[in-house]
Design a binder for this molecule. Structure first.
Ligand code: AMP
Ligand code: GLY
Length: 443
């Protein structure tokens, strides 16, 4: 089968690498891909917003499956456009939801209302529109800090403010509801109960009827060690998460995954693809912080190497509505991935720095994201440049192995977090996350 993979980051490199291992795959095309995906398929440069270009590619290359990596094209309706195109709709299966279902990620208000309707544990919340700034400020006045303030729409990681005190919360509300910086994404703003606990991510794949859980992961979103500094796309990940044991994952399955998939079905929202459940472990109880309609980046780089099953087989299960008959077999070992970023990221950074040492890597997978080829030389071309994934018999060894391999690669300005997974070492011995509490947030 010929597959078209959409996206060009480390997650898509990991997806391409995994798909290329399948005997069911004939040709893989990647739009736009990166220098890493070239090893597993052919990069194609078309404008995804041009329906003719996409249609032509699907027809010319006899594509039978379109796998969408990032959320953007899904929220913008790529699936719907393919499904509405009489020339291609019967040719291909899209792995990734329609725009209506992608609102789980594209609209935080939609996601929260959905969770309320289906009794899925999540932080309490209120929603305010642009003409309700005074009411929002009043609401803050009735709460205790810290204050969780979120723009409803996609805001490229800038839409969530955790304000320590009231002046900071009021400023955030003013910036979002009163300002224009975030555009329509902040037309509606949520104020949430602040949950205290340890975060982790759970993943499932569904054909809209059945679903299969995938391995859990924890990512490290802040740029600095000890979770300091600004948010990034993710600076590293570990899978599995030690505190996400059988008991905890049982709760995630029963209280979150089951009602999520059943809820979508009962509301007549067809869904095929991945669901990423961003969770908070509050005293051993899972709460949903957010849904994403895709795999995480860099979580995918830690999860997919652990997946023993053929990913194409799972996708085929989606295409034929027979996912319930497929198996998800997972490697017991731990995977850790460390992101190598450009100095300055997530702010301004330089590009074009030659990357050396890749050929020395023998005991890790290196997935590329912000890279480019210049005169046959691999150079940096983005904020997050590479993710280095290694296995270990436990977390400690996985981390050691990932860092050992990461140290062999160099480019000017290479920066990385040095503490990926370290908090989980303490969790294993029972110290970290030992006494998280829920604050109701309302006085
Ligand atoms: P989101 O984009 O909704 O995932 O939020 C970004 C980050 O803000 C999350 O990864 C959490 O660290 C934090 N966060 C979001 N919602 C809450 C909440 N209700 N309580 C505590 N922290 C939160
Ligand atoms: N690493 C977080 C995300 O992909 O959303």
């Amino acid at each position: 089968m010929n597959v078209l993979l959409i996206g060009g980051g480390g997650r898509e490199h990991a997806l391409a690498w995994k798909l290329a291992q399948s005997s069911m795959l004939d040709e893989l095309y990647v739009v736009p891909g990166n220098p890493g995906t070239v090893r597993h398929g052919r990069n194609v440069n078309i404008d995804l917003k041009d329906p003719r270009a996409l249609r032509q590619l699907i027809i010319d290359k006899r594509i039978r499956m379109v796998v969408v990596g990032p959320e953007g094209p899904l929220v913008e309706g790529l699936h719907d456009r393919i499904a509405a195109d009489p020339q291609i709709k019967d040719l291909v299966t899209v792995i990734g939801p329609t725009a209506s279902a992608a609102r789980l990620e594209g609209s935080k208000e939609f996601a929260k209302e959905f969770m309320l309707r289906h009794n899925i544990p999540t932080a309490q919340f209120r929603v305010f529109g642009r003409d309700q700034l005074p009411e929002a400020v009043q609401h803050i006045g009735r709460m205790e800090g810290p204050y969780v303030i979120k723009a409803d729409g996609l805001a490229q990681g800038k839409g969530v403010v955790i304000a320590a005190d009231r002046p900071a919360a009021e400023k955030a509300l003013n910036d979002m509801l009163g300002g224009s910086g975030l555009g329509p994404a902040a037309d509606r703003v949520l104020i949430e109960q602040h949950l205290v606990g340890v975060e982790l991510s759970a993943f499932l794949i569904t054909d809209g009827e059945a679903f299969k859980m995938l391995p859990s992961a924890k990512d490290y979103k802040r740029i600095g060690d000890g979770d300091t500094g600004p948010n990034t796309g993710g600076m590293g990940a570990v899978s599995p998460v030690p505190f996400a044991d059988k008991d905890f994952m049982g709760k995630v399955h029963d209280r979150i995954a089951v009602p999520t998939v059943r809820g979508l079905r009962s509301e007549g929202i067809p869904y095929q693809g991945f669901i990423f459940m961003g969770l908070m472990n509050v005293n051993g109880e899972p709460y949903v912080i957010e849904y994403n309609v895709r795999l995480g980046d860099p979580e995918a780089q830690a999860i997919l190497p652990r997946l023993r099953s053929d990913l194409m087989d799972l996708f085929e299960g989606i295409a034929t509505g027979t996912l319930s008959e497929r198996h998800v077999d997972v490697d017991d070992r731990t995977c850790a991935t460390v992101v190598l970023a450009s100095e300055g990221y997530p702010g301004k950074y330089r590009t074009g720095m030659p990357i050396v040492g890749m050929e020395m890597i023998k005991a890790a997978h290196v997935f590329q994201s912000g890279t480019a080829l210049e005169n046959d030389e691999l150079v940096t071309a983005g904020g997050r440049v590479l993710s280095v994934t290694a296995f270990g018999k436990d977390i400690e060894h996985a981390i050691l192995n990932a860092y050992a391999s990461a140290s062999l690669i160099n480019f000017e300005g290479k920066s990385q977090r040095m503490d990926i997974g370290r908090d989980l070492l303490r969790t294993t011995s029972g110290k970290a996350g030992s006494s998280p509490t829920v604050k109701t947030g309302v006085k």
